[in-house]
Design a protein around this ligand. Structure first.
Ligand code: CP
Ligand code: NVA
Length: 316
């Protein structure tokens, strides 16, 4: 069986915990684990811009003993008729895994249909599951675990980060509260799936519109840009409805004492988050950015080993 990571719930709660534990061990002993020595190569493809994802996969694959192939897809045949499934068939003959950042989730799903190696979602319009592994590793480091902790995500509740907080947070046994303005509220299908997962993990899911209610007593306050990649020209007012959702000192004061603040970055300072909070003592955002590296090294190791070691992997 080929193990892909297209959405946060492609890892079971036990598997997510395994990956986070491995990530913590890899962080503590950074150059010890080299499962890609050979080297085996990993292709990392970008239809959209990136700083952290690009560099953390590049560095992480090298640290695992592998060879990173970082590809901007404008230089490939993606835009001129080659199907993503055919591209995946070809790439699978060269590499141990394929990582893709793209627009629609249908695109990464199509890539996965042609792949005979693991496919990893490095951000789509729908989800950002690698980011969530880093966020959960950060929560684990700061609080000793994730289960039972309350996470409040405020801002654009209709975007990829909101969806991933719902699914991954529920998988981690957290109480996830999501609050956004009317017109930018959470996808009910994703909320229902997260609620289903939470039944088995002891977590919970709440959909709110009041940012203060969402943040009240929470351990983790998270936000994200109000304008995601690809939404720049969608004609919507992406400032006015969001202003009450800004993570500032006043909102943060409603959280639990000792609460931490997360932001996947890049931040739009003065919009979704103030300088005072981003640079303040409760901000964990640069630990969170570092943790992309460790979490993705663990994820790639888990997926490649799970695929290679699966009983049917050697079938002709
Ligand atoms: N957080 C994140 O994915 O950052 P980049 O867009 O810079 O990769
Ligand atoms: N929601 C943002 C996340 C960037 C890492 C976007 O998709 O642009």
């Amino acid at each position: 069986m080929i193990r892909h990571f297209l959405r946060d719930d492609d890892l079971s709660p036990a598997e997510q915990a395994t990956v986070l534990e491995l990530a913590a061990r890899m962080k503590a002993d950074r150059f010890r684990y080299q499962p890609l020595t050979g080297p085996r190569s990993v292709a990392v493809l970008f239809d959209k811009q990136s700083l952290r994802t690009r560099t953390s996969f590049d560095v992480g694959i090298a640290e695992l003993g592998g060879h990173p192939l970082i590809v901007d897809t404008q230089g490939t045949h993606f835009g001129r008729g080659e199907t993503l499934a055919d591209a995946a068939r070809a790439l699978s003959r060269y590499v141990a895994a394929i990582v893709l950042r793209t627009y629609g989730d249908d695109r990464i799903a199509e890539l996965a249909t042609g792949a005979s190696v693991p496919v990893v979602n490095a951000l789509t319009d729908g989800y950002h599951p690698c980011q969530l592994l880093a966020d959960l590793l950060t929560v684990r480091e700061r609080f000793g675990g994730t289960a039972g902790r309350t996470l409040a995500y405020v801002g654009d509740a209709a975007n990829n980060m909101a969806n991933s907080y719902l699914l991954a947070g529920a998988t981690a046994g957290m109480h996830v509260r999501v609050a956004g303005p009317v017109g930018f509220s959470a996808d009910p299908v994703v909320v229902a799936r997260a609620a289903e997962i939470a039944v088995g993990t002891g977590g919970s899911v709440s959909v709110l519109t009041d940012p203060a209610e969402a943040v009240k007593g929470a351990d983790v306050i998270a936000t994200d840009t109000w304008t995601s990649m690809g939404q720049e020209d969608d004609g919507l007012d992406r400032i006015t409805p969001f202003l009450p959702y800004q993570v500032n000192a006043e909102l943060l004061a409603q959280a639990a004492p000792g609460a931490i603040v997360l932001h996947c970055l890049p931040a739009h300072r003065g919009e979704e988050i103030t300088d005072e909070v981003l640079d303040g003592p409760q901000s964990a955002v640069f630990d969170q950015a570092e943790n992309r590296l460790h979490a993705q090294k663990a994820l790639l190791t888990f997926l490649i080993e799970a695929t290679t070691l699966a009983p049917d992997a050697a079938a002709p």
